[in-house]
Design a protein around this ligand. Sequence first.
Ligand code: FA5
Ligand code: MG
Length: 401
Amino acid sequence: SSLAASLLEVGGVKISRDDVVRESDPTNNVPDAIFSKLGLQLHRRDNHPIGILKNAIYDYFDESHGGKFVKFDDLCPIVDVKKNFDDVLVPDDHVSRSYNDTYYVDASTVLRCHTSAHQADLLRSGHTHFLVTGDVYRRDSIDSTHYPVFHQMEGVRVFSPDEWLASGVDATSYAAMDLKKTLEGLAQHLFGIFHKSDQCAVDMRWVDTYFPFTSPSFELEIFFRLCETNSWPALFQEKWMEVLGCGVTEQEILKRSGKIDNVAWAFGLGLERLAMVLFEIPDIRLFWSTDQRFTSQFSEGKLGAKFKPFSKFPPCYKDMSFWISDSFTENNLCEVVRGIAGDLVEEVSLIDNFTNKKGQTSHCYRIAYRSMERSLTDEEINQLQWNVRETVQNKLNVILR
Ligand code: FA5
Ligand code: MG
């Protein structure tokens, strides 16, 4: 790769490709495709849907909390394992720590998998109201709402005793109530204005969940419905989509930062998911498009703009069956497919799965290929699929059928 692309600076930290991508190092699993996303910082572009959304959320907090929330959007995404996991009480055996789920730069350094990685440091340095926006990285499955790089905004608010004592409810209930009220207000601020008389109204619901760093914990889901006239060609999407996780901060986290008489709430919001609903963007890959037909549709401060799809190309499906071994994981398969097809892959889904009498397990995966910008030729797709088969066979320890 060129010199320009192999050295970059994020949040005052200089990063070279060779420090981040080291194929021969078994404690490193960062591919070039991921390195190429470091430093792009879509959330700091005022004309990009992610930046427009970030600014609109800033406006909401400024208006509702009189500018009390301190904002960070340039913290380096390369962090210690300690920050990403230990500081937010993620247990040693939690799946999110595995090489299958997280990108490791070396055994003690990761590409942050959530903006919660900065909570403890900021609390320790005395902040009580803050928002942290940044790019986060995860090995994950492939479909229209999952991408290995996405953007989160973390919000944390610490209360002092006088704030809940007067209310008559206990500290935890007080914080949980304030949290839900604050996030419902945010949804109202983002959708209320622009979706009022729209047939694509927004429904949302709270779901109880678990996070190591909060208790109680909740997720907010929004009903994602793309109007037929404005949907992806021949596709009508309708589903409950999880847009954020949140909860009342574990006392242990506050205690470690010297706050023993306090209670706090925290949330982590997926900006792409929310932007997909707001701007009617049907596929998460589009956020990375540099095609004028995408980028020209958005401008600073314009939260109401609805995306008009420009690609009318049908997807092309290829199936692949193989006998798996114990070490097989779907995330590893997806990494191989993304590494070869890049953003031409739209979805990887398990369509068949059985174990024979000898105890061998077979998986059949369907790969959907589709460009968002142009028509793909049969030849091109066959070549991609051939490469995928070769690499899956060589790298994943499976036997093609
Ligand atoms: C977290 O990351 C928690 N740190 C959130 C949190 C913060 C909870 C503070 C409590 C307190 P989760 O893994 O669910 O939680 O991710 C949060 C959001 O990120 C999801 O709701 C979703 O909107 C988004 N998200 C998760 N994975 C992906 C992905 N692969 N692609 C795009 N968005 C994603
Ligand atoms: Mg979740």
